[in-house]
Each structure stands twice: as structure tokens, then as C-alpha cells.
Design a binder for this molecule. Structure first.
Ligand SMILES: [Zn+2]
Length: 86
């Protein structure tokens, strides 16, 4: 292997590492805006339970399609309460 190729490889490796480091710190220090959806600790989207007014991670929420919109619930009890009240 030519020394020039080794230098090039090192150059690109350093550039890649620096880029991934910058990307990571960039997301951490990014200011949160008011209109952005509420995010969980792992950056997961949080959804509002309209019955008990609490936020739950989208992945663990129960969903009900109500006409054109989708409602999210923390438990079956909240979902049943919503279905009974509409
Ligand atoms: Zn609930």
C-alpha cells in the first residue's frame, strides 16, 4: 500500500468520525420549539391521552380510529371510557 493511500484513508476516517460526533452533539443541543411534538427521553414521539390528559410514548399507546383522526390512550380503561362517552 502506498503511503498516499494510507494518508487518504486516515483523512477520510477522521472526517467521518468528526462528522458523526458533530451530528450527535448537534441533536443534543438543538433548541426545542413550542410547536414541535413532545419527545420522550429516547426521542420517541409522545401522544396525549384525551381521557386522563397524560402523555404516553406512541409505541405503547392504544390507538382508536375515530372518524378522520386517531386517538391515543394509555390503558384500555381510558379507551373504553372514551368510546362510551362519544
Ligand atoms: Zn389514560
Amino acid at each position: 500500500m502506498k503511503p498516499v493511500l494510507i494518508l487518504l484513508a486516515v483523512f477520510f476516517a477522521v472526517r467521518f468520525l468528526r462528522k458523526s460526533l458533530l451530528a450527535r452533539t448537534g441533536t443534543v443541543s438543538a433548541p426545542e420549539t413550542q410547536s414541535a411534538p413532545v419527545k420522550g427521553k429516547e426521542g420517541e414521539e409522545m401522544v396525549l391521552d384525551p381521557v386522563c390528559k397524560s402523555y404516553i410514548p406512541l409505541s405503547s399507546a392504544l390507538t382508536v380510529k375515530d372518524g378522520g383522526r386517531t386517538e391515543h390512550f394509555c390503558t384500555e380503561a381510558c379507551r373504553d371510557k372514551f368510546l362510551a362517552s362519544r
